[in-house]
Design a protein around this ligand. Structure first.
Ligand code: BGC
Length: 755
């Protein structure tokens, strides 16, 4: 809805036969137009240096105590538009005071921070939150993060990360919503709505930043910062989709990535930043580079020096430069040499000022004094709920979980009491002193007799000197609960791993514990799937808790003891071994699709066998073709039956919707949640289409014995694809649909035809 304001125009009427007089006219103009008028007026007064200043984002090292005089001077001259990571409130206030009182045009600064999955109250890592399949919960978490962060004057976060991530070796998969473009789009929308609130100008709203535009998650071999090669069709049909949705959700800003995409680093990619983002999608917020990503185009071999890099980024319409100073150092020359124009610069400044106006920073540049919202009771409750709903139960042999109250427990492992590590990656402001670990929660609960031995002091620990202690308490207990996984620092930016098994001596310790004959419940805390091949048969249950955040302990306690049933589902395909990567459910078919009955296993090949491809399809001789666990997979403490799966109404050929419905019944004994998933396949296309694509999902809660009809509604747009002629099309032909529990569940299949 457009908001209208009354603009009073004072015009001077000069008539030949009368004396000059003023006439006053009241005109109704939209709030948006009013902002543009104000920007025009400011731009007309700005010097070239001040305009370049708006494009500069600076930081201050936390090691430097005092605010450097040069920074204050630069703000006074109007040479800085934004700061990141100013966490001393007095410094932030002083810098804003200088901008508002002493700079030439009194343009407010915008303060930014990576508020990724919580500010003080930390929620599960984004990959975990995606596993909740619950966008409302994600939106609530982002709202809370914004409320907390804004008490420090932060009005801009560098989140959500919308990079499609199909390689768990890549450390930043922890920050993503996983491998699927639809789930990532829905989660992105939820974060943006949560961060930005209903009204961006409210003092608790913070601008979101969809990053990293685009393809950063497709880094070769999962090695961070590496080259991405994505063909045009996958780019549009997969990687760009979550960003398009973000723009439709009115995301205020976007960040470019570090990566080279198909030969052109994205920070200098005119096609993406101008043609797609601005011309096709109509984005009117601003784009920030990643940390030094403009000048990194020099080592990429895309620009000969920083001046050339600045020219390429600016000409592509990258509005603001994070930390490096290539715009500041070279923009004036570029304009003088006619390699860039002041009009283009005006557009960049206009984009930045527009967001500053929308955030209400011109009217209310200062933030409220700190209130008591940090770690508020309802924030902690929401963090606990998010942690509970993110956890994925992967294995539960003989229903060992939930733990029966009579049983004594041996709590073992490097992550049972690791308050810093359970917060996960990108948690600059989370505090381990405020974090509740599983060990603390079990002790406070007091329902189970417990013995505790760390066994290994941290996840990479290679010493077995504490093994005996752990084995001793295991022998004296009924059940072993092993808290293993990865320390927080092993995932996140620049933390790619080539091996995805449990680091250090964790597998050895689990093998030793297995010899005691006591059942083992493995609780994994990690930023990515962990390959479990060496130990999966030695443990009875596996609960994947991700890095669950501040309230991870109480949430794990509730799940393990059955106060809540696990309800998370995998947002990524879980490989058996690293050698299977990339492995993702929405792949294309081959001309020789795998036929389970014909699968040739390595040991079944006769010695001295003659060269033959018979029976061999696209699979590994030694690992087959199936993952450890498919996308969408997760167990509960109950069971669900699907019936009456049907197309309820089909108006798709008249451009109306299709409604698919299914009756879901809780056939178990406890209340639990089910994530009902709808997938589709376009059977034949002018370009090949994936074997399955997630189309809709719904998370529902059912009492034992209760049933619910779940309806899914979709239209032609939802099944269209970017085709050969560079247009979005829906081609006539047959489509299949599946309603099921995960991506490999084919039980309930439907079909429809587009004429
Ligand atoms: C990361 C960004 C982050 C920025 C600011 C970079 O290294 O790639 O995602 O927002 O730093 O901290």
């Amino acid at each position: 809805m457009r908001n209208y304001l009354v603009l009073t125009l004072i015009t001077c009427c000069l008539l030949s036969n009368c004396t000059p007089k003023e006439s006053i006219t009241n005109v109704l103009i939209s709030k948006e137009d009013a902002i543009e008028f104000k920007i025009d007026s400011i731009l007309s007064k700005m010097t070239l240096e001040e305009k370049i200043g708006q494009t500069a984002q600076r930081g201050k090292s936390s090691r430097v105590k005092e605010l450097p005089v040069e920074l204050k001077e630069a703000v006074k001259k109007g040479e800085i538009g934004s700061f990141l990571n100013i966490m001393n409130k007095d410094d932030a206030k002083e810098l804003q005071r200088i901008a508002m009182e002493e700079s030439p045009n009194k343009i407010p600064l915008i303060f930014a921070r990576d508020v990724i999955h919580g500010f003080k109250t930390i929620f599960p890592i984004p990959l975990g939150q995606a596993a909740s399949f619950d966008p409302n919960l994600v939106q609530k978490g982002a709202r809370i993060s914004a409320i907390e962060a804004s008490t420090y004057g932060i009005r801009w976060t560098f989140a959500p990360m919308l990079d499609i991530s199909r390689d768990p070796r890549w450390g930043r998969i922890a920050e993503s919503a996983g491998e699927d473009q639809y789930l990532t789009s829905i989660m992105g929308e939820a974060y943006i709505k949560g961060f930005q609130g209903d009204d961006l100008s409210s003092s608790t709203s913070i601008a979101a930043c969809a990053k990293h535009f685009v393809g950063y998650g497709a880094a070769e071999g999962g090695r961070d910062y590496n080259t991405a090669n994505i063909n045009e069709f996958s780019l549009h049909n997969t990687y760009l989709k979550p960003f398009k949705k973000a723009v439709e959700t009115n995301v205020a800003t976007l960040m470019t990535g570090f990566n080279d995409l198909n030969g052109v680093p994205v920070s200098g990619n005119k096609y993406l930043l101008t043609e797609v983002l601005r011309n096709q999608w109509g984005f009117d917020g601003f784009v920030v580079s990643d940390w030094n990503s403009i000048i990194e185009m020099v080592p990429h071999g895309f620009a000969e020096d920083e001046a050339a890099a600045a020219g390429k980024a600016a000409n592509a319409m990258l509005d603001m430069e994070m930390t490096s100073t290539s715009y500041q150092d070279n923009m004036k020359n570029l304009i003088e040499e006619r390699k860039f124009s002041e009009n283009q610069l005006d557009e960049m400044v206009r984009n930045i000022l527009r967001i500053k106006f929308k955030l209400g920073l011109f009217d209310k540049p200062y933030f409220e004094p700190e209130s008591d919202v940090l770690y508020a009771k309802e924030h902690l409750e929401a963090a606990k709920e998010a942690a509970k709903k993110s956890m994925v139960l992967l294995k539960n042999k003989n229903q060992i979980l939930p733990l029966s109250t009579k049983k004594s427990l041996a709590i073992i492992g490097p992550l049972a009491d690791a308050p810093h590590d359970q917060l996960g990656t990108w948690t600059f402001d989370g505090e381990k002193a405020r974090t509740i670990t599983p060990l603390t929660s079990f002790k406070e609960d007091g329902e189970h007799p417990i013995l505790y031995s760390k066994g290994l002091s941290y996840s990479r620990d290679k010493s077995n000197k504490r093994f005996n202690d752990a084995i001793k308490i295991a022998k004296n207990s009924d059940i072993i609960v092993f808290f293993g996984g990865e320390e927080a620092i092993l995932s996140g930016e620049a933390h790619s791993r080539a091996n995805l098994n449990l680091p250090g001596k964790q597998e050895s310790l689990i093998s030793e514990l297995h010899k005691t004959g006591k059942p083992i419940v493995l609780v994994l805390m990690a930023g990515r799937p962990i390959t479990l091949g060496n130990i999966i048969d030695k443990v009875d249950a596996v609960l994947f808790a991700w890095h669950p955040g501040t309230m991870g302990g109480p949430a794990i306690l509730d799940i393990l003891t059955g106060k809540a049933s696990p309800s998370g589902r995998l947002p990524i395909t879980w490989p058996k071994e690293v050698g299977q990567i990339p492995i993702y459910y929405n792949h294309k078919n081959t001309g020789r699709p795998t036929i389970p009955e014909e699968f040739v296993q390595i040991d079944s090949i006769p010695i001295g066998a003659w060269q033959s491809s018979l029976g061999n399809t696209s699979h590994y001789l030694d690992l087959g073709y199936l993952p450890q666990y498919p996308f969408g997979y997760g167990l509960t403490y109950s069971s669900f039956e699907y019936c009456d799966v049907k197309i309820l109404s089909n108006e798709i050929n008249e451009n109306g919707p299709i409604i698919v419905s299914a009756k879901i019944t809780n056939t178990g004994n406890v209340i639990a949640e089910e994530v009902v998933q709808l997938y589709f396949r376009d059977m034949v296309g002018s370009i090949t289409r994936p074997v399955k694509e997630l189309l809709r999902f719904k998370k529902i809660e059912l009492e034992p014995g209760a049933s619910k009809i779940v309806d899914f509604v979709f239209s032609k747009d939802d099944i269209s694809f970017y085709g050969l002629d560079k247009k979005w099309v829906v081609e006539p032909g047959k489509f299949k649909l599946w309603v099921g529990k995960h991506a490999l569940d084919q039980t309930h299949e439907l079909e429809f035809v587009i004429e």
